[in-house]
Design a protein. Structure first.
Length: 766
């Protein structure tokens, strides 16, 4: 490319919408214009509109086939740098230009970021958009005050009279749509021309949900932002500070990919400079990436896998925890990669250990297969029966537990012990000093551990007799085989959601070797671990140091959240900020790192009380139907239900409403026509425009047998579910006797709105 071509995140969305509508001819014409502007510094292949365009400075408007229009801005006439702003039908283009008539590029003096902002001034006059109807927001949202997002200091900075503030605080979205001109006249009378213009500009941005632009308009008033002119605009667009908002052709890995018909998400594969620096750096040993939710850890891993495959031309492994996240990462790899794609494998930890066992196990020791779930349940019941018959059982706290509580306790203890120790090491469990057990509400002394160990041995012996693997036995077998033989398939191994791996699983990763025989955990660019302790949803944990993995000087933290609105993240982070978590590995326990909140605003999360689980399912189905009716892509909606009963109920309600749905683990395509229903575990690593979280009562979340020591993990599970939502988050509960509202809802209540769903109607509370 000889000349810079820039386009915005919103322009990307316009193109994708046209592609999905089957307007390939229009998209191809735009693509040709982008290429022509980049190669020749001008667009000759499209005719300019007859009357030109004056509503936006230096704007060029072009005719496209079938009465479509393209709007481009020549942001630097000397260097011939163009920004592509809008594409749509003639009528849509006229509406867009009318609504952006007074917009100017504004640059913050503090951080250099650039926004397209309405700035009414004496020279340019004031403009009231002709088409102000918002067809996307709910009626109850339009009934709220437009400037409800302003805080105390911002109101003080406006410096308006009490009468003016009283009026402004009452203006709703409905008021603005009905009589914007009348509102402006009244503001002129109360506040004067200049203050009225500023307040009206804020109304315009708030109604359009342009929260970053609203903040920047306030900055102009305070003098911390200025109107950019001439070459300043292009320089700012191309700067590192604005890489979130603008992208150039040079930043696109593959132009064909950019115009692909179906994409997981507009920017899921786009790397910001901070992320790119981590993804394409060389490390002389194992490295660790920590990052708050929504900071792009998975995107970094996918880009790093491609970088390493191209660098070494040898196989690279991306490993993660759940099958739904494996499918998502595979799709991202498919979208991103070119000829190096066959060199990148994506597996779950279970899939990797199964591959290791299959390759290294001798025929004499071959097991028959994987233990079925129902058979595992029977064997656990048998092991618990063995525990009850142990002579020391009556001396332990387990003797006072109910059957359900005992089953839950023993399952957790089995998983913890067998995730920490191999069969040959089980005896270590009896040493309470060398094998401490943290995070249990019911501690076990020597007698209790003897009971549990006896049950574990019976369970494990039965696995051997049946020649079957359960997940922990499979991992343990892989580790034992790796101590005797080498698995030398992958040059580099990258692990996502590493905070939820067990000690034995991490040990397996630490013993893998490169094709040349070097240990992956010691090789240059060999082992790369990514995770967030605040998103731990399993009672596992590991110690890197005990495995000989040293990441000193190669540990990085991504603090900026790119996914959630500020309102969603404030509620979610407020939930976990009071707890301590392992900082990826269990050697460092601390409170979670505070994220850098996004400029993007939206509605506060909504907490809805229902009178029964059936009503709760009906409410969610009704809200989903409304979203789909308003144009929301069904695949961008996810319903997270912690229990199978809730998932079954909401499935029936969706079916009754003729809304296609599927389990997330079976369909990770965000552009599909099916709403996703998921567990919290399967939803990890994913993101959706709208998320519903059901069943938030005591006994479900937190779980029925969770103790105070386990509350951090239960809070982390809800945090994971909440932070799946980019734009819209709704949480519901149906309290009943013995199952009151979850304590977690009480803690996030100040950052949420509340409502009651009854007889098919939603009534706001408070």
């Amino acid at each position: 490319m000889n000349f810079q071509v820039i386009y915005t995140k919103s322009f990307n969305g316009y193109l994708r919408a046209l592609q999905q509508q089957g307007q390939k001819k229009i998209v191809q014409a735009v693509r040709a214009a982008i290429s022509e502007a980049g190669m020749d510094g001008e667009i000759k292949g499209l005719p300019r509109t007859k009357h030109g365009e004056t509503r936006i400075a230096h704007a060029e408007k072009y005719d496209l086939p079938d009465a479509y229009r393209l709007v481009v801005q020549l942001v630097d006439g000397v260097k011939k740098i163009r920004a592509f702003l809008f594409v749509g039908t003639h009528d849509d283009t006229e509406r867009w230009l009318d609504s952006h008539k007074s917009y100017r590029w504004i640059r913050s003096q503090s951080d250099g970021t650039l926004e397209f902002v309405q700035v009414s001034n004496a020279a340019g006059g004031r403009h009231v958009p002709a088409d102000r109807v918002d067809l996307e927001s709910r009626e109850e949202v339009l009934a709220l005050p437009l400037l409800r997002v302003l805080d105390g200091p911002q109101w003080t900075a406006l410096n308006v009279s009490p009468e003016t503030r009283s009026l402004v605080e009452r203006i709703t979205g409905h008021d603005y749509e009905r009589d914007a001109e009348g509102i402006l006249v009244k503001l002129d009378e109360l506040a004067g021309w200049e203050s009225a213009s500023l307040i009206f500009d804020l109304f315009v941005h708030a109604h359009a949900r342009e929260w970053g632009e609203l903040e920047r308009r306030l900055d102009i008033h305070s003098g911390t932002a200025l109107v950019a002119t001439g070459g300043e605009i292009a320089t700012a667009m191309l700067s590192r500070e604005n890489s979130e908002t603008f992208i150039t052709l040079e930043d696109i890995v593959d132009l064909d990919l950019f115009f692909k018909e179906h994409s997981l998400a507009d920017w899921m594969l786009f790397l910001h400079p901070e992320q790119k620096k981590v993804a394409e750096r060389d490390y002389r040993g194992p490295a660790r990436l920590r990052g708050v939710s929504g900071s792009g850890k998975t995107s970094v891993l996918v880009h790093r896998a491609r970088y390493l495959a191209k660098l070494y031309r040898q196989p690279v492994l991306l490993v993660t925890l759940t099958d739904s996240l494996r499918k998502l990462i595979e799709l991202l790899v498919e979208e991103l990669c070119g000829v190096e794609r066959p060199l990148i494998s994506v597996m779950t930890v279970s899939g990797l250990t199964r591959l290791v066992v299959q390759e290294l196990q001798s025929k004499a020791g071959v097991f028959a297969g994987v233990l079925p779930n129902d058979e595992q349940g029977r064997m656990l019941d048998s092991a618990i029966g063995r525990a009850r018959m142990h002579p020391d059982f009556s001396k332990t706290p387990m003797a006072a537990m109910s059957t359900d509580a005992l089953l839950s306790f023993v399952r957790d203890e089995f998983a913890f012990v067998r995730g920490k120790l191999t069969r040959k090491e089980f005896e270590v469990y009896l040493d309470t000093k060398s094998f401490p057990r943290r995070g249990r509400g019911t501690p076990l002394a020597d007698s209790g551990r003897r009971v549990i160990l006896d049950a574990i041995r019976q369970y494990d012996d039965e696995l051997t007799t049946c020649r079957l693997f359960d997940p922990e036995r499979l991992v343990g077998e892989a580790l034992e085989l790796l101590t005797r033989g080498a698995f030398q398939r992958f040059r580099s191994v990258l692990c996502d959601e590493v905070q939820d791996l067990s000690q034995v699983e991490m040990a397996v990763l630490s013993k893998l070797k490169t094709p040349s025989g070097e240990t992956v955990a010691l090789a240059e660019n060999g082992l790369f671990l990514a995770g967030d302790g605040a998103q731990s949803i399993y009672r596992r944990g590991f110690s890197l140091k005990s495995l000989g993995i040293e990441v000193g000087g190669r540990s990085f933290l991504l603090r900026k959240n790119y996914r959630n609105t500020s309102e969603i993240l404030r509620a979610a982070f407020g939930l976990i900020s009071a707890y301590e978590f392992a900082d990826v590995d269990e050697e460092n326990i601390a409170r979670p790192s505070a994220p850098h909140f996004a400029k993007r605003h939206g509605e506060r999360p909504l907490i809805v009380r229902c009178d029964s689980q059936r009503e709760e399912a009906l409410y969610v189905a009704d809200r989903v139907r409304s979203l789909v009716t308003m144009g929301q892509t069904p695949g961008q909606i996810c319903i997270v239900a912690p229990s199978s009963r809730l998932r079954e109920d909401v499935g029936k309600a969706l079916t009754q409403s003729n809304i296609p749905y599927t389990e997330l683990r079976n369909d990770v395509d965000y552009e599909s026509g099916r709403v996703k229903v998921s567990t919290i575990e399967s939803a990890k690593g994913h993101e959706f425009s709208s998320v519903f979280i059901m069943g938030l009562v005591e006994g479900v979340l937190p779980g029925p047998h969770a103790h105070d020591e386990e509350m951090s993990r239960e809070a982390a599970r809800l945090y994971v579910a909440m932070t799946r939502a980019r734009d819209d988050l709704t949480m519901s509960y149906s309290p009943s006797s013995g199952y009151p509202a979850s304590r977690f809802l009480v803690s996030i209540q100040p950052e949420c709105d509340e409502a009651h769903y009854k007889f098919g109607q939603v009534r706001r509370l408070g």
